[in-house]
Write a protein that binds this ligand. Structure first.
Ligand code: ZN
Ligand code: ZN
Length: 327
């Protein structure tokens, strides 16, 4: 049986689970149209009119992971084991299949298709947040994962009964900043960076693309809404359309100008406000937290010592290179 255990000395959660089953797909890609019976039944799909669930005719399709880390069927149990804490990993591990075409990538995909993918992110987050036992939802998109894996373009969505460790640290910092200054730290970042320009890669009507001041890796990029909002899933159609254009340009430039490197994109949105453990929780989060996307290029080459990242490319120089590649 899987369980989430907390290391009380680090405040860090670890999923302890039986070894993951090795999936034997053979030659067939389970995510290509026509192979729908190879995946578990679909959770959601955008389909052309008249096409039946679990058959071809979809544009974006969501299925559960075959051997998920988190499952919705599991009962949520929080338990103390002497001084320790554990929780059953009730939640969801879903795959968002981004395109029917096997060789598509975020760089080659048409903008309208990328926009559909963003809509699906929002739809799935909204749906999962109706479940009050789900505390946090994270969407990640990896490009060019290690060998041996199926390359069909897809994003991963993970919903869990706790707050992700990275997100919790960010939420804490945002709250503390807000307590002192009564301002959102990300709004302040947007204002300062847009005024200074040196780390700004691109500005659109709704977003700023920048290399963060303390980038953890060369070419780390953040995409921030210029208007304050804590929840990605509440974005307007105009904003999502702007974002799909911007991302399309970014991934094309990355593929063209930097040799199509591996990258990981993570969507940081507000935790589930309907899931409160105590009354005062999330009291200021709507004002102090600001949703955004973080992209790390070459995530496997992250260099750190004792938790401190070492970055050998100055962020302002990285921004210059990205601007030159016409992101
Ligand atoms: Zn495929
Ligand atoms: Zn803000």
């Amino acid at each position: 049986m899987s369980e989430l255990r907390k290391d009380p000395t680090q405040g860090q959660w670890v999923l302890v689970r039986p070894p993951q089953a090795v999936s034997e797909w053979g030659e067939e890609c389970p995510y290509c149209p026509g192979n729908e019976p190879l995946t578990p039944p679909e959770i959601a799909a955008y389909r052309k009119e008249g096409s039946a669930p679990n058959s071809p005719g979809w544009e974006v399709r969501v299925v559960p992971e075959l051997d998920p880390h988190f499952r919705v069927e599991w009962e949520l149990v929080r338990e103390g084991v002497g001084m320790y804490d554990k929780i059953t990993p009730r939640g969801a591990s879903e795959l968002i299949i981004e395109s029917p075409s096997h060789d598509d990538s975020l760089a080659s995909m048409r903008e309208e298709q990328l926009e559909r993918v963003l809509w699906m992110y929002a739809d799935r987050i909204k749906d999962l947040k109706r479940d009050t036992q789900i505390r946090d939802v994270l969407v990640t998109r990896q490009h060019r994962t290690p060998d041996g894996q199926i390359t069909h373009p897809r994003s991963q969505l993970t919903a869990i009964p706790i707050i992700f460790d990275d997100v919790r640290r960010e939420l804490q910092e945002c709250r503390v900043y807000y307590q002192y200054k009564k301002r959102c730290v990300f709004c302040d970042v947007v204002h300062q960076e847009v005024a200074a320009e040196e780390r700004v890669v691109r500005l659109t009507q709704f977003f700023v693309v920048l290399v963060p001041y303390a980038a953890r890796a060369p070419l780390e990029t953040w995409i921030l809404p210029r208007q304050h909002h804590c929840a990605f899933e509440a974005s307007s159609p105009e904003a999502l359309s702007d974002l799909s254009r911007l991302l399309s340009g970014y991934f094309r430039a990355l593929a063209r100008g930097f040799g199509d490197p591996p990258f990981e994109m993570v969507l940081h949105t507000v935790p589930n406000l309907a899931s409160k453990l105590f009354r005062e929780e999330w009291a200021t989060v709507a004002d102090d937290y600001h949703w955004h996307l973080e992209i790390i290029v070459q995530p496997r080459r992250l260099n750190r010592v004792g938790g401190i990242f070492i970055n050998e490319l100055a962020p302002q120089e990285a921004a210059r290179q990205l601007r030159r590649a016409r992101v």
